[in-house]
Design a protein around this ligand. Structure first.
Ligand SMILES: *[C@@H]1O[C@H](CO)[C@@H](O)[C@H](O)[C@H]1NC(C)=O
Ligand SMILES: *[C@@H]1O[C@H](CO)[C@@H](O)[C@H](O)[C@H]1NC(C)=O
Ligand SMILES: *[C@@H]1O[C@H](CO)[C@@H](O)[C@H](O)[C@H]1NC(C)=O
Ligand SMILES: *[C@@H]1O[C@H](CO)[C@@H](O)[C@H](O)[C@H]1NC(C)=O
Ligand SMILES: *[C@@H]1O[C@H](CO)[C@@H](O)[C@H](O)[C@H]1NC(C)=O
Ligand SMILES: *[C@@H]1O[C@H](CO)[C@@H](O)[C@H](O)[C@H]1NC(C)=O
Ligand SMILES: *[C@@H]1O[C@H](CO)[C@@H](O)[C@H](O)[C@H]1NC(C)=O
Ligand SMILES: *[C@@H]1O[C@H](CO)[C@@H](O)[C@H](O)[C@H]1NC(C)=O
Ligand SMILES: *[C@@H]1O[C@H](CO)[C@@H](O)[C@H](O)[C@H]1NC(C)=O
Ligand SMILES: *[C@@H]1O[C@H](CO)[C@@H](O)[C@H](O)[C@H]1NC(C)=O
Ligand SMILES: *[C@@H]1O[C@H](CO)[C@@H](O)[C@H](O)[C@H]1NC(C)=O
Ligand SMILES: *[C@@H]1O[C@H](CO)[C@@H](O)[C@H](O)[C@H]1NC(C)=O
Length: 833
């Protein structure tokens, strides 16, 4: 029988900084520990063994959850009340018991809690550790169900990619600098690297590529190869294998060879030698990740060799050691937008389809989930349906590059499920992406998934406590893609924040609503995340999507919008899918609304299946999505006192930021398309802001008007900045709103390169002050301009205002930040604007 403890009044624990993530082992009061075994037998005494780690972990977890110390032994003892953890092989030997294990996959395990002796047996050592984490997860959630079951992974490759640079920075990382690298070397103190491996093992991740795909050749110096050995040593007790990204030109740039042609014997020898050296330092290295001929990276095409020849160069070097090459399919050329048929989405199939069958068996082509680049919604990459004789893996992003950079809550499992569950109908047969990447659909020996994670030294790992649900869900789905997104989320919530049902319900609601909300206020109908693709990929900048060579185009003009990817009149991309899917996407009437503009170039007045026009859908969705983001603040506040103050305040700060930035998104996108199409919002909302006062229309002293570019990043296109960067500015106005209580929002710009100070007065009485210091608090790639990235809102709540009151804002500039102000908004109860 299962017992879920309902903990009514539970004193709130001490401040938590997030480091323990979902492995907190928080006390479960009121549980009788009699039910818990009184000792542990871990069937391996080697401290680097995952079985040994499992023993230590069980001891630690039981101590934390039940406050009960239990001893670890390493061989069969007298006690029946034992947790035995080990491999099936070790168990059979020690207990002289030929346990009848079914055909478990590598890393699989058996968990049996039905008898006095709890059995946790792995197909290998790693599997035993996974079983121990599974058991602890149940206990930590107060789940005492008696169970006995086998669990096997869906696919063998369950890796992370870390885009860490040798100087310690992380490309698209939002949780502080690297835990692996600093100043061109591997850090001395690898405590955090070990803790990360433990976290990964707890969700059954078995490999991590530790350096950026835009790889630096200096990783391969002898000193750094020795450093990699040290990282592998701290990963090994958790069964996480280390892998690295390579720079294709290394034989030339590092090795002084005259060439890096993959067929040149000196190059082959050079890579063989390097590989030997690495395996000497890291005998269990997982393999290499290669980004070649992509975004300026060198590759085999430089020598007119195929991508397969490039991949097989590494495959040959790794083969004697059992290593794997993950070869990225993210290969594309720059394009000219004046060519109607040019389409970056076509690139992967164009480059890779003809190579099907030419990759060695230890090569895995790593394919981003969609054909462009981690957008808020994309169709499934058709490459999955075009490589029938090649191993494939899906590439996901836990780090939220285009999805709010951990400053917006976006729970991603539901997005990933749209891809994993998608049936590509190869040969008119069921062909889900999850069954393709597992190798099952096309009988491939290898496959799986990789996710770009980019944890940093911040104690929150990813920069945001709530973003950790994405790392947790990634691991769970890599093991079993048929799991339900919400069920995974709820395990994570219980482990991270405890068992209080109001916490569970609230965070479930916020998280499950978060991706739809983000899609609604960023980019709808398959138009992509309408961000600044030439800069930080964070805030709104729709015009920046076109007029560049990157091919993430929208082709929006004053009448029409969308990419025509049909075969009949467009880029032909729809035809890269198997016939059933191609036919669906070829025709606007059978294309789902949420991908309409991905596949079709239509009038703004085109009618959707929903009955709305495209443009009205934009307006409505942006109001709806940003409205939902406002509700996350009171939802989260309802948990005050139920969560430790440190995490409560950290999350509250981010939810308030998101609520403000969602309004920035809403207005920028709506104003942009309203301006472009000239079609009014039937709801009368767009361009109509009765509660706002534009800064440029206030009485200014020391401030001057400033025309913001892109225009849609400012209400009424304009803001104010101080006259010089040493002049204190004042903006004041007499209020004409009816008497009442208002939340007062101030939209301003928070740039990197200065920390301005702001103070707001009502009739000369201060009602709030703040600093423009988000660059130190948000952890995301910031902006030096007044734009959609730096635009933000500060809200002072519950201000009593009388008609005729005088509002004054004093802005003190600092550095390059000229205390920029956009507008002030007085929101009566219930209003959002
Ligand atoms: C114990 O662990 C070591 C290191 O992982 C391993 O080499 C050895 O095979 C393990 N022994 C058993 C019995 O599992
Ligand atoms: C529990 O123990 C009993 C008696 O040893 C045994 O018959 C039974 O198979 C065990 N159950 C499981 C699930 O191992
Ligand atoms: C308890 O854990 C078992 C094993 O993981 C699981 O099957 C079961 O659904 C859990 N019970 C609840 C209520 O979550
Ligand atoms: C590679 O790393 C070295 C050492 O940190 C650094 O000096 C160099 O600038 C880096 N190269 C690139 C292209 O980033
Ligand atoms: C290593 O790092 C850990 C965690 O970041 C820290 O607690 C510890 O003090 C450091 N050790 C040394 C020797 O600096
Ligand atoms: C490559 O050339 C540089 C400069 O000529 C030299 O310092 C370095 O030792 C050489 N490296 C190798 C591996 O030969
Ligand atoms: C690799 O090359 C280095 C220098 O070129 C040489 O000293 C070393 O013996 C080679 N190692 C192997 C394993 O071939
Ligand atoms: C590249 O290789 C192809 C096929 O082997 C050949 O037809 C072509 O002429 C080569 N191009 C160059 C520039 O060498
Ligand atoms: C973590 O990041 C937050 C926000 O960027 C910052 O305030 C905090 O100081 C960081 N903590 C650590 C330990 O890096
Ligand atoms: C067909 O393509 C042309 C560009 O070649 C485009 O101007 C036209 O709008 C498209 N027609 C339809 C019906 O989409
Ligand atoms: C789009 O609008 C134009 C001009 O208003 C019209 O001529 C054209 O037929 C419309 N296209 C479709 C597909 O409705
Ligand atoms: C004003 O900005 C310039 C560069 O834009 C900077 O060099 C200068 O230090 C700033 N002055 C102050 C007082 O911050």
């Amino acid at each position: 029988m299962q017992v879920f403890l309902l903990l009514g009044i539970l004193s709130v624990a001490a401040a938590e900084d997030g480091l323990a993530a979902w492995l907190r082992y928080a006390p479960l009061p009121g549980v009788n520990h009699q039910a818990i075994p009184s000792n542990i037998v871990a069937l391996n005494t080697t401290t680097s063994s995952p079985v040994y780690s499992a023993g230590v972990e069980l001891q630690k977890g039981i101590q934390g959850i039940f406050g009960k110390h239990i001893d670890i032994g390493y061989e069969k003892g007298e006690s029946l009340s034992t947790i035995v953890v080990g491999t099936f092989g070790a168990y059979s030997q020690e207990y002289n018991n030929n346990f009848n294990a079914p055909d478990l996959e590598e890393d699989g395990f058996w968990l049996n809690t039905q008898n006095d002796t709890v059995q946790i047996l792995g197909q290998n050592e790693r599997g035993a550790l996974y079983g121990a984490f599974e058991y602890l997860s149940m206990l930590a959630q107060g789940n005492f169900t008696k169970v006995a079951y086998f669990s096997s992974p869906h696919a063998p490759i369950r890796w992370t990619n870390e885009w860490d640079n040798m100087d310690g920075s992380i490309e698209r990382g939002f949780g502080g600098p690297s835990i692996f690298f600093q100043n061109g070397l591997i850090v001395n103190n690898l405590t955090r690297a070990a803790e990360y491996a433990r976290l990964l093992a707890s969700v059954r991740i078995n490999g991590a590529i530790v350096n950026n795909v835009n790889a630096n050749v200096t990783l391969l110096t002898p000193q750094n190869i020795a450093g990699l050995g040290r990282i592998a040593d701290v990963f090994r007790p958790y069964g996480v294998q280390l892998g690295i990204s390579l720079n294709f030109a290394s034989p030339q740039t590092l090795g002084n060879l005259s060439t890096f042609d993959p067929l040149d014997p000196s190059v082959i020898e050079w890579w063989g030698n390097i590989t030997d050296q690495i395996y000497e330092a890291v005998p269990d290295m997982a393999g290499y990740l290669v980004k070649a001929n992509s975004e300026g990276q060198p590759g085999p095409l430089t020598y007119n060799r195929t991508l397969a020849e490039g991949a097989n160069l590494f495959a040959n070097a790794l083969q004697p050691y059992g290593g794997i090459v993950m070869f990225r399919a993210f290969v594309y050329n720059m394009l000219n937008i004046s060519d109607w048929k040019a389409d970056r989405a076509n690139a992967a199939v164009q480059f890779f389809k003809e190579l099907d069958g030419q990759f060695d068996d230890n090569v895995v082509v790593q394919i981003k989930y969609g054909p462009i680049d981690f957008q808020v919604r994309e169709p499934t990459s058709p490459l999955f349906a075009n490589l029938l004789q090649t191993n494939t893996a899906i590439e996901l992003q836990v780090t939220q590059e285009y999805l709010g950079q951990q400053c917006h809550l976006v729970y991603l499992a539901p997005l990933w499920k749209t891809i994993l569950d998608f049936d590509l109908r190869v040969d008119n047969r069921s062909s889900t992406v999850s069954n393709i990447i597992s190798g099952k659909r096309f009988n491939r020996p290898l496959g799986g998934s990789a996710a770009v994670v980019n944890v940093g030294t911040n104690t929150t790992w990813l920069g945001s406590h709530l973003a950790m649900s994405n790392l947790y869900a990634y691991g769970r789905l890599a093991w079993n893609p048929s799991l339900d997104s919400e069920a995974i989320l709820q395990d994570w919530i219980r482990l991270t924040f405890g068992l209080d049902p109001s916490i569970l319900n609230t965070i479930t609601q916020m998280s499950m609503e978060s991706w739809p909300a983000y899609e609604n206020y960023s980019g709808n109908l398959g138009i992509q995340t309408l961000t600044d693709i030439l800069y930080t990929h964070f805030g709104p900048n729709p015009q920046n999507m076109d007029n560049n060579g990157y091919g993430q185009w929208t082709r929006a003009d004053h009448l029409t919008i969308g990419m025509d990817r049909t075969v009949s009149n467009g880029t032909g991309f729809a035809g890269q899918y198997p016939p059933e899917i191609a036919a669906m996407y070829e025709d606007p009437s059978t294309t789902p609304d949420n991908l309409l503009l991905w596949f079709h170039h239509v009038n703004y007045t085109h009618l959707l299946h929903s009955g709305n026009t495209v443009i009205q859908h934009f307006y409505d969705a942006h109001y709806n999505g940003s409205g939902v983001a406002q509700t996350f603040v009171p939802l989260w506040e309802s948990l005050k006192g139920k969560i430790d103050d440190q995490r409560f305040e950290d999350v509250l700060f981010r939810q308030e930021y998101q609520a403000g930035h969602a309004i920035v998104w809403r207005d920028a996108i709506n104003d942009f398309y309203h301006n472009l199409s000239g079609i009014p919002d039937l709801g009368g909302r767009v361009g109509n802001h009765p509660w706002r006062i534009e800064a440029e229309s206030m009485v200014l002293d020391g401030y001057k008007s400033y025309t913001v570019s892109p225009f849609e990043a400012a209400s009424n296109y304009s803001a104010v900045v101080t006259v010089t960067n040493s002049t204190v500015g004042t903006a004041s106005t007499t209020l004409g709103f009816p008497d009442g209580k208002y939340d007062v929002g101030v939209n301003y710009y928070d740039l990197i390169g200065g920390i301005s100070h702001f103070e707001m007065f009502l009739n000369e009485k201060s009602i709030g002050s703040w600093a423009g210091d988000l660059e130190n608090r948000l952890g995301h790639a910031p902006s030096v301009y007044l734009d959609g990235h730096s635009a933000t809102r500060k809200t002072i709540r519950g201000v009593n205002v009388k008609k005729g009151d005088v509002l004054k804002i004093v802005g003190t500039p600092n550095g390059i930040e000229p205390a920029p102000l956009d507008y002030v908004v007085f929101l009566p109860e219930g209003a959002i604007d």
